[in-house]
Design a protein around this ligand. Structure first.
Ligand code: SAM
Ligand code: DTB
Ligand code: SF4
Length: 331
């Protein structure tokens, strides 16, 4: 392997092992025989984590629909007719009640999502109240609200927000085919703000949008080469929603999804790699392969933002069958 510049970076819980990855190197990982790829991913995973513990994040949509961005995959964009209505922002009490329920079910992190290009200052003031209240319940907090200014980032930090989610979504090259209302640089700038403010970065992407293998490798290289790479890396399988431009996208080979998880694990050894959207459409066997490939986090709860997720009962059974346990119960 080239560029053996292994160095230890600061990390909240453990040192992140960081090196530079060229796109060719990442693509070569994708092309390994499946068994070799999974073996490497498992080695890396077991070096840094208990392979049987899974981190559980519950999502809530605090502001649904009517978004001014044109993301081709998203049911909440006002550019697409998907039947998702433009709703008012939830109140703090409703969010606190949902967080309490998530905690009772065993979640350790609560992620508040909003269909915004960026929050207004008035919106942000309410999010700040939500963050404070959820954190006071002993849950880790995460928010995904779109682009942030320096001042807004600081307000979230002061409120005690633990993670900010902002996905790169795809490779820089393919990005323009998917979104036209903001550019890649905007995304990187927001992530940089969040990181500088001292919050944990949660950033990943979507596969199965028609990107080619090199573009998929480029997405992973972009994430892995951030200094430091994100603490949390959601890997979403496109949920094809009727009315979005990607509704008829070609189905991704499930083994290629598993490969993406494995490559993320190898290139970002100490990150939480989250098996994210798309689980409802995935067999238990493919999900089990994702855990073998190094996924150690899921979205947990019956809903993602506007689409479904496996219900809590199905997930409990799956984790049980695999001898896996929620992180919250272990630490
Ligand atoms: N509006 C904010 C933003 O875009 O950053 C936050 C919410 S947005 C819905 C969060 C992420 O959800 C997107 O970046 C994308 O990765 C993911 N997402 C949205 N629609 C999806 C879909 N149909 N399938 C898979 N992931 C999706
Ligand atoms: C992420 O990477 N995936 C989540 C969360 N971060 C906000 C969202 C998935 C949304 C799937 C489509 C929907 O339910 O609207
Ligand atoms: Fe809006 Fe986020 Fe959906 Fe894009 S992904 S349309 S920014 S809610």
């Amino acid at each position: 392997m080239s560029t053996q510049t292994l160095k230890y970076m600061r990390h909240a819980k453990r040192p992140a092992i960081q090196r530079h990855w060229s796109v060719d190197e990442v693509e070569a990982l994708f092309k390994l025989p499946f068994a070799d790829l999974l073996y490497r991913a498992q080695q890396v995973h077991r070096e840094h984590f208990d392979p049987n513990a899974v981190q559980l994040s519950t999502l809530i949509s605090i502001k649904t629909g009517g978004c001014s961005e044109d993301c081709s995959y998203c049911p909440q964009s006002s550019f697409h007719s998907t039947g998702v209505e433009d709703k008012k922002m939830l109140g703090v009490d409703a969010v606190v009640a949902a967080a309490r329920y998530a905690k009772q079910n065993g979640a350790d992190r609560f992620c508040m999502g909003a269909a915004w290009r960026e929050p207004s200052d008035a919106d942000l003031a309410r999010v700040v109240e939500m963050v404070k209240a959820v954190r006071a319940m002993g849950l880790e907090t995460c928010a995904t609200l779109g682009m942030l200014t320096d001042e807004q980032t600081e307000q979230l930090r002061v409120a005690g927000l633990d993670y900010y989610n902002h996905n790169l979504d795809t490779s820089p090259e393919f990005y323009g085919d998917i979104i036209s209302t903001r550019d890649y640089r905007d995304r990187l700038d927001t992530l940089e703000r969040v990181r500088k403010a001292g919050m944990h970065v949660c950033s990943g992407g979507i596969v199965g949008m028609g990107e080619n293998l090199t573009q998929r490798a480029e997405l992973v290289a972009q994430l892995a080469n951030m200094e430091p790479y994100p603490d949390s890396v959601p890997i979403n399988n496109l949920v094809k929603v009727e009315g979005t431009p990607l509704a008829q996208a070609e189905e991704l080979d499930p083994l290629d999804f598993v490969r993406t998880i494995a490559v993320a694990r190898i290139t970002m050894p100490t990150a939480r790699v989250r098996l994210s959207a798309g689980r409802q459409q995935m067999s238990d066997a493919v999900q089990a392969l994702c855990f073998l490939a190094g996924a150690n986090s899921i979205f947990y709860g019956d809903q993602l933002l506007t689409t479904g997720n496996p219900d809590v009962e199905r997930d409990r059974k799956l984790l049980d069958r695999l001898g896996m346990y929620p992180l919250a119960g272990k630490h």
